[in-house]
Design a binder for this molecule. Structure first.
Ligand SMILES: *[C@@H]1O[C@H](CO)[C@@H](O)[C@H](O)[C@H]1NC(C)=O
Ligand SMILES: *[C@@H]1O[C@H](CO)[C@@H](O)[C@H](O)[C@H]1NC(C)=O
Ligand SMILES: *[C@@H]1O[C@H](CO)[C@@H](O)[C@H](O)[C@H]1NC(C)=O
Ligand SMILES: *[C@@H]1O[C@H](CO)[C@@H](O)[C@H](O)[C@H]1NC(C)=O
Ligand SMILES: *[C@@H]1O[C@H](CO)[C@@H](O)[C@H](O)[C@H]1NC(C)=O
Ligand SMILES: *[C@@H]1O[C@H](CO)[C@@H](O)[C@H](O)[C@H]1NC(C)=O
Ligand SMILES: *[C@@H]1O[C@H](CO)[C@@H](O)[C@H](O)[C@H]1NC(C)=O
Ligand SMILES: *[C@@H]1O[C@H](CO)[C@@H](O)[C@H](O)[C@H]1NC(C)=O
Ligand SMILES: *[C@@H]1O[C@H](CO)[C@@H](O)[C@H](O)[C@H]1NC(C)=O
Ligand SMILES: *[C@@H]1O[C@H](CO)[C@@H](O)[C@H](O)[C@H]1NC(C)=O
Ligand SMILES: *[C@@H]1O[C@H](CO)[C@@H](O)[C@H](O)[C@H]1NC(C)=O
Length: 689
């Protein structure tokens, strides 16, 4: 009884199994059999693949049937008979009688001819058409738009020319459209935006021109967008930020302009971003990359990006490849403690304007190209697979010239280590042989220095008076002219051009630089903010003004930023950057002036005999006086609108390493009210004591 039941169960199971997985139903349509034989001979297929006198559904390679009807043909990878090879043709007329054909795959099989126009009318069941690398010529027939059941269309790596027919827009089920590596011209049809089921759009390596249609942003299922190597010219549309499923974005090697839109920060799934070799400019928005947590591959090379590289990109463990070579990036390598392992990360930051010293961070890359920048100092011993050419590094071959390095660092108001060689331009150390000579110099300096300085001051005063008169006359002449912008806080909403204001530092960076604004780093209490000395990660000394906006007039720092954004002159203390991210504290970063201000240089304590800086010789005094005059003359006269320095005194005349004057206290330079030019002059006169 039990046995009988189990035999019955087995029989039923066997029947079920056979109908599902067993022997193919043989081809039941005579028309289709003839069609297959016709196709066999027109394409010159070998009897090895499609043998005679057997059932095609079960015995022919690449023929797929359903219920005795042909639904798929895959001749990809097939070879032709010798006869077929002699005259290969795109002759597939017989396909027209396979009325249920859903898949035709001929990739890699030579079909040197054009896609027949009747494909659109006769292959009404086609879902997948793969003609990759078939040497197809001619244009894409617009009738393909009739294949409304099509879900995948692969035509890449052929010799298709002409435009992309707009009729393809009717392929509403299309999920994959690959037309790359052809010679297609004309624009990308903006009506593509209605192909809502597209997940893969590859139009790369053609000659497409015109803009990237902003409407592509509506393709909400798109995962891969590759428009590289065309002649597209437009900004990157911000609408691409709506492609929430996007994983790969390749827009490289076009003529795209504008900046990198921060709107892309919503693309949380992005893994690969390639926009190299375009004409993109501007700085990278810091907040953009911090939200792209999946990003593994980023290529921005061969553009004109500037500003610093967001810290985030240096330390992100997921980022395996970064190429920002051949741009205009600047800044230093942060000394972040990266929690990333010495991964397989490959970075290329060559041909930019990076500077400062090499920090331990670069040890984490399996390969890093630092060539053609301005790094200085020593190379950490542990580095491997690093390219260092054309920098300013010590004891490394093939570096830039001394002149090149010096002028780069000087232009930015930074100090260059001179390849580690002591700088000959600095005052020589005093030795016995020079002593008597030096004493004589001091006597002469004492006598003539004072005299010379007074003479010069008179000269300066005359210059300033003249300048002022001209300024006053000019302003009266204008009458109700514009209020000098320097005279007041820029009205709320006025935008300051931050590109002239140096680097954007993070608050944390500046905390580290000053030891959390420790008292020992405090230089002085200023009434527009306290000054601290600090050291950036690249070993660059700086001075930071810490402005507490709660105790000061809210926008006082904006006045100074506004000034720096408009004027620049070698006689003004260089602003290296700023940090405005903290709500209550605004930080301005200046170049550090090794020789302090004039008052400390003039009244330097002279108890040590060997102090080579104990007195300013009169040539230096002359230099300082002319320098101050030049600076004031610039503020008063050359820059528009003119600016009056309200606080000129010895402490705001700063001296760099070569005793060149850099005027400081520029926040005080901005106001005209409550001051007279006589005031300035009397203050200057008070100087020599
Ligand atoms: C198509 O045919 C080739 C050659 O027979 C075979 O290698 C390949 O796996 C087939 N592809 C598909 C998708 O069936
Ligand atoms: C399709 O089949 C019909 C009838 O069997 C035949 O007359 C016609 O020639 C076939 N067409 C092609 C292109 O083979
Ligand atoms: C066509 O065949 C090739 C080779 O077998 C295969 O790699 C490719 O994925 C197939 N195309 C489609 C759309 O399945
Ligand atoms: C097929 O496409 C062509 C050109 O796009 C069009 O003229 C024709 O009416 C279409 N035929 C059908 C059956 O839809
Ligand atoms: C898009 O694809 C989904 C699922 O694959 C399908 O249900 C829907 O009908 C498609 N939309 C169009 C317009 O074909
Ligand atoms: C885009 O297509 C090109 C070839 O046309 C290819 O080299 C490149 O890898 C593709 N980009 C991505 C991100 O896949
Ligand atoms: C790069 O941009 C700057 C302005 O930001 C411009 O002065 C410079 O000419 C540009 N360089 C190139 C090679 O396009
Ligand atoms: C880095 O990029 C430059 C210019 O784009 C290129 O010449 C160089 O070969 C790249 N370095 C490496 C190691 O790939
Ligand atoms: C780099 O940027 C600076 C300032 O924006 C500009 O003057 C300079 O021309 C740029 N260099 C290049 C090579 O584009
Ligand atoms: C570093 O490597 C260790 C072991 O190889 C692994 O457990 C750890 O997750 C890695 N950390 C990161 C940040 O990749
Ligand atoms: C150096 O980097 C290159 C890629 O930039 C890589 O192919 C090579 O394997 C690396 N060599 C070593 C020793 O890590």
């Amino acid at each position: 009884m039990a046995d009988q039941r189990s035999i019955l169960e087995f029989a039923i199971l066997f029947l079920l199994f056979q109908s599902a997985f067993g022997q193919q139903v043989p081809l039941s349509s005579g028309t289709e059999l003839i069609a297959l034989y016709n196709l066999r001979s027109s394409l010159g297929l070998r009897s090895k693949d499609w043998p005679r006198k057997v059932d095609p559904c079960s015995q022919w390679a690449g023929v797929q049937c359903q219920n005795g009807r042909v639904v798929g043909i895959n001749i990809s990878g097939f070879k032709r008979t010798r006869l077929g090879r002699q005259n290969p043709q795109f002759s597939v007329d017989a396909l027209a009688n396979l009325t249920l054909l859903a898949t035709f795959n001929a990739s890699g099989f030579l079909l040197p001819g054009s896609i027949p126009d009747w494909f659109g009318q006769r292959l009404g069941a086609l879902q997948v058409l793969d003609l990759r690398s078939c040497s197809v010529i001619g244009s894409i027939p617009s009738s393909l738009g009739n294949l409304t059941t099509l879900s995948s269309l692969y035509l890449s790596d052929n010799r298709l020319a002409g435009i992309i027919p707009t009729t393809l827009v009717q392929l509403s089920r299309l999920s994959v459209l690959e037309l790359s590596q052809n010679s297609l011209t004309g624009p990308i049809p903006s009506s593509f935006s209605s192909l809502v089921n597209l997940t893969f759009l590859d139009l790369s390596s053609n000659f497409l021109s015109g803009p990237i249609p902003p409407a592509l942003g509506t393709l909400s299922n798109l995962q891969i967008l590759n428009l590289s190597s065309n002649s597209l010219s437009s900004p990157i549309p911000v609408q691409l930020g709506d492609l929430s499923q996007l994983v790969d974005l390749d827009l490289s090697s076009n003529s795209l302009s504008g900046s990198f839109p921060s709107d892309l920060k919503g693309l949380k799934r992005l893994k690969k971003v390639v926009v190299g070799n375009n004409f993109l400019v501007g700085t990278l928005p810091e907040n953009l990359f911090s939200s792209l947590t999946q990003l593994q591959y980023l290529a921005l090379n061969g553009n004109n990006f500037s500003g610093s590289l967001p810290d985030f990109l240096w330390s992100r463990p997921e980022l395996r490849f970064l190429d920002i070579s051949n741009n205009n990036f600047t800044g230093i390598i942060p000394s972040l403690s990266s929690n990333a392992n010495a991964t397989t990360a490959v970075f290329n930051i060559s041909q930019n304007q990076f500077y400062g010293t090499l920090t331990s961070l670069i040890g984490r890359f399996s390969s890093i190209d630092l060539s053609s920048n301005y790094f200085q100092g020593q190379v950490p011993a542990t580095l491997r697979n690093v390219s260092l050419r054309d920098n300013c590094l010590q004891n490394v071959e093939k570096q830039r010239s001394l002149e090149d390095c010096r002028s780069f660092y000087a232009r930015r108001g930074l100090s260059f280590d001179n390849f580690g060689v002591p700088n000959l331009a600095q005052p020589p150390l005093s030795g016995q042989s020079q002593k008597s000579n030096k004493q004589l110099k001091y006597i002469l300096a004492g006598v003539f220095g004072g005299l010379g300085f007074i003479v010069l001051l008179v000269f300066v005063i005359i210059m300033i008076l003249r300048t002022c008169q001209r300024t006053v006359v000019a302003q009266r002449g204008i009458g109700v002219g514009p209020v000098p912008a320097g005279g007041s806080t820029p009205p709320a909403g006025v935008s300051i051009n931050f590109s002239n204001l140096g680097e954007k530092f993070t608050y944390e960076q500046l905390l580290r630089a000053t030891g959390d604004f420790s008292d020992s780093n405090m230089i002085k209490h200023g009434h527009s903010g306290n000054l601290f000395r600090g050291m950036l990660e690249g070993g660059i000394p700086i001075v930071i003004k810490r402005i507490d906006v709660r105790s000061l007039k809210k926008d006082s720092y904006m006045v100074e930023l506004d000034l720096f954004s408009r004027v620049s002159h070698t006689r003004l203390v260089p602003l290296l950057g700023h940090c405005l991210e903290h709500e209550n504290e605004k930080l301005l970063v200046y170049k550090y002036m090794p020789n302090g201000d004039l008052s400390s240089s003039l009244f330097r304590k002279t108890n040590s005999e060997d102090d080579s800086l104990q007195s300013l010789d009169w040539i230096t005094r002359l230099k300082i006086a002319t320098g101050a005059a030049e600076g004031l003359s610039y503020l008063h006269h050359e820059c528009t609108p003119p600016i009056v320095h309200r606080d000129v005194q010895a402490s705001s005349i700063l001296l760099d390493d070569k005793f060149e004057v850099r005027l400081g206290s520029l926040s005080e330079a901005c106001s005209q009210e409550g001051d007279t030019h006589q005031n300035v002059i009397t203050r200057l006169l008070r100087l020599p004591q």
